[in-house]
Design a protein around this ligand. Structure first.
Ligand SMILES: O=c1ccn([C@@H]2O[C@H](COP(=O)(O)OP(=O)(O)O[C@H]3O[C@H](CO)[C@@H](O)[C@H](O)[C@H]3O)[C@@H](O)[C@H]2O)c(=O)[nH]1
Ligand SMILES: [Mn+2]
Length: 745
């Protein structure tokens, strides 16, 4: 472990954003003024006025969450050189990859992720790679087997030429890196050889996929008679670094945990817990790195950077996990779908770094095993010996696993690779069984926590509640990159799941408010968690506000102030727009990217968020359970220059997720039409009429919904399905009718 007297292995630099703070505070004051205005303008009191007050209160609270989270930014700098000087031997790291469906997640993607991990710049005898396959797919297994053969050439090649991006599909899609070492004929020849070998590999996998045969011989026999949701545990050692060779390859182990129809398997959280247990039996490394199947390593030295934080004398006592940001490669120009989250990452990440630390994002994260096993930061004072009875209660009945958990908790890292892997496979199958967790602490006190489809945020939250901190790790080049989900259905699936998961956390016993009241979550961190959980809540108010606006136009009543008070909302809008534009420009992004994000931040939450709200409501009413719908992963383009004009066009499918948006669009159309045709009812002189403000907002909303507007008239996948349009028409008629009735009444 690190030498206590040396320099710090990482440093945190705090800085001030005066301009940002002033603007954000000004906006908050204006929002409060708006609420004040509503409260004192008695003459306007009506139900819509009251509803607007409620919605605006929520927007104000939301803004306060944002402001507080971004208030005190910080950046972190790591010193890998110092790390190497201060430790005699680097610690072992277990690496976890999850995949769940060979169709939605093509095995070639997983293969690339795994290859980039195997080729990390870290002693291979200290690494082990565990792949969890919830799809129980012989194709995935086959692909990994072939990949390990290829790795024997690929890894030495990467190390010899110090390749940066060690996922072959990314490496070969770019021009060969030009450096002096790589300009030799020898390099050129090897490069070509590797490229051909990689092409062979991907062709083999493709061929196997197209044959759809279910091989039942040799290694594949275990897959015969298995179904995705009904099969025993399958654990296969694809590659074992038998002699602990320094120039060998890390272990590669395939795991498909047991599944039975009547057992709930807790989606990714369940898979992570199985990975934790199986790796505990085999290598039991004190640190665990986990990535999704589509997140490739972009900086081969990332383990050193992360360990700077985890092994730093201060970090050892305080920091539970190190999160690397999610960034994307081969991105579309100007972020047409608003899903690259560049601004969010920039300011939120910095803000969180200045608080108790970043949320756990489910991927690109280094965990301390003993924290995952439930340890609190004060264990140093209390000691962490744990009785056999408690071990069994928490970790389950496997003797072997209890032993390994005790070792991990006490920080005894017995030479990890001393185990004979073949011998522990039986014990490993037991802990990968679907009944293993019954009556234990898994999913509640230890491991990844169950109860939300955003198990990542929930698990991180419970760690912060115990008093741990977390840190961001942002080396240059950035640690990992992935391929951003496309617009339309894919993004909706993802955002709906996020909103669902956040709402589930909010209404659960783990709600951050309790975390601050009864546990060790700091107040500002609680507010930061409220900021993210609010993604699921805010949309209901937004949708309500949008309907209210249409209602006021239809009934010729006013939602916005008619006197000088109108200055308040106008300045809120103007300042907010100028402020966000400046954020984009400062980050080197275009105005177009800003606009795309502005409109997508209205479209996506309104649609996905509302559906999420309904599904959580159904869960609370015990009508249906929430599910983890997997985001479809497209094969990324082979080059970085995307000149496909259609790539940025919005697409639709039959899913009901597009219903709220289509309805809002039609509703506002109807409202504007009613206004234009002069069909608004005449209001008594004593009351205020709908003015230019309401019309402006309505038109703005329609402009934001431009992709949907186009979708009404397009063809193919660019078209909103007729069934959705019909349903929206019915809903719109209903809403307009209801609106008009309230005036008549
Ligand atoms: O039953 C399941 C479902 C999913 N997964 C895996 O979970 C990962 C994430 O799923 P994905 O569909 O890619 O979701 P994203 O929306 O991209 O994931 C983000 O959000 C998730 C929580 O909603 C986190 O778990 C992820 O780490 C985070 O990247 C993938 O590797 C899947 O193979 C499983 O192993 N088992
Ligand atoms: Mn993903």
């Amino acid at each position: 472990m690190a030498n206590q007297n040396s320099f710090p292995l990482y440093e945190k630099h705090r800085y001030k954003h005066t301009y940002k703070r002033v603007t954000e505070s000004l906006l908050l004051v204006l929002l409060l003024l708006q609420l004040g205005y509503r409260a004192i303008s008695v003459s306007n009191y009506s139900f819509p006025w009251f509803l607007a007050f409620v919605c605006e209160s929520w927007f104000t609270i939301s803004w306060f969450f944002t402001l507080s989270t971004q208030w005190s930014p910080a950046v972190i700098k790591t010193y890998p050189q110092r790390l190497l000087q201060s430790v005699q031997e680097v610690p072992a790291v277990d690496m976890f990859v999850t995949t769940a469906d060979p169709v939605l997640e093509p095995p070639i993607i997983t293969v690339n992720t795994v290859l980039s991990l195997l080729a990390l710049d870290y002693p291979p005898q200290k690494l082990a790679c565990y792949v969890s396959d919830d799809g129980c797919s012989p194709l995935t297994f086959y692909a990994l087997q072939e990949a390990s053969k290829f790795a024997k050439f690929w890894v030495p090649f990467c190390k010899k030429y110090d390749v940066q991006v060690r996922a072959p599909f990314r490496y070969f899609s770019a021009k060969p890196e030009v450096s002096t070492a790589s300009n030799t004929p020898e390099f050129k020849q090897e490069w070509l050889q590797m490229k051909n070998m990689y092409n062979d590999l991907s062709q083999k996998i493709e061929l196997e996929a197209s044959q759809k045969s279910n091989p039942s011989h040799g290694d594949f026999a275990v897959f015969s008679n298995t179904e995705r949701t009904n099969h025993p545990s399958i654990i296969k050692v694809i590659w074992e670094n038998k002699e602990d060779l320094e120039n060998g390859l890390p272990h590669l182990i395939y795991i498909s945990r047991e599944k039975r129809p009547k057992h709930s398997h807790h989606f990714k959280a369940g898979a992570m817990n199985v990975l934790t247990r199986v790796s505990g039996l085999i290598t039991n490394a004190p640190f665990m790195l986990n990535v999704d199947c589509d997140m490739i390593v972009n900086n081969p030295k990332i383990v050193h950077h992360a360990l700077c934080i985890l092994l730093d004398p201060k970090g050892q006592k305080e920091v539970a996990f190190v999160q690397c940001p999610q960034q994307f490669y081969a991105t579309l120009k100007d972020d047409p779908f608003g899903n690259q989250m560049a601004i969010l990452m920039k300011y939120m990440a910095a803000g969180l770094a200045g608080l108790q630390g970043p949320f756990y994002g489910g991927t690109n994260c280094f965990h301390r095993r003993k924290v995952i096993y439930g340890l609190s930061p004060d264990y140093v004072d209390k000691g962490n010996s744990i009785s056999e009875k408690e071990l069994k209660q928490k970790f389950g009945a496997s003797k072997e696993f209890m032993k390994s958990a005790a070792c991990a908790l006490e920080g005894r890292t017995d030479s990890p690779n001393a185990v004979n892997i073949a011998k522990v496979i039986e014990a490993a199958s037991q802990v990968a069984g679907c009944g293993y967790e019954y009556g234990t602490g898994w999913g509640k006190q230890v491991g990844w926590i169950y109860g939300s489809v955003t198990e990542d945020v929930l698990t991180g939250l419970t760690i912060h509640e115990r008093g741990w901190r977390s840190e961001f790790c942002t080396p240059n080049p950035i640690a990992f990159t992935g391929f951003a989900p496309g617009g339309g259905p894919t993004a909706m699936v993802q955002q709906k799941r996020w909103a669902t998961g956040f709402l589930e956390i909010f209404v659960s016993e783990y709600c951050p408010i309790f975390g601050t009241l009864f546990h060790k979550l700091t107040l500002r961190q609680c507010i930061a968690y409220m900021w993210i959980l609010n993604w699921g809540l805010r949309t209901v108010f937004e949708l309500c506000y949008a309907c209210l606006l249409a209602h006021c136009i239809i009934t010729n009543s006013n939602l916005l102030p008619q006197d000088l008070g109108i200055c308040i909302p106008v300045s809120v809008i103007v300042i907010y727009k100028v402020y966000t534009v400046s954020e984009y420009l400062a980050a080197g992004l275009s105005i177009k990217a800003w606009w795309n994000n502005q409109r997508m931040s209205i479209i996506t939450p309104m649609n996905a968020g509302f559906c999420a709200f309904l599904s959580v409501l159904l869960k609370i009413l015990r009508i249906s359970e929430t599910v983890f719908d997997i985001t479809k992963k497209d094969l990324p383009p082979t080059t970085d220059v995307v000149d496909d004009k259609d790539a940025g066009r919005y697409t639709f499918d039959e899913s009901l997720v597009f219903l709220p948006g289509t309805t809002i669009l039609l509703l506002h159309f109807s409202a504007i039409t009613i206004k234009l045709l002069g069909m608004q009812p005449v209001v008594p002189i004593s009351k205020n009429e709908c003015g230019i403000g309401e019309i402006f907002c309505s038109v703005y909303l329609i402009v934001c919904y431009w992709p949907f507007l186009r979708g009404l008239f397009e063809t193919g996948k660019y078209r909103i399905p007729l069934s959705t349009i019909y349903k929206s028409i019915v809903l719109t008629c209903l809403l307009v009718h209801l609106s008009r009735k309230t005036v008549a009444a």
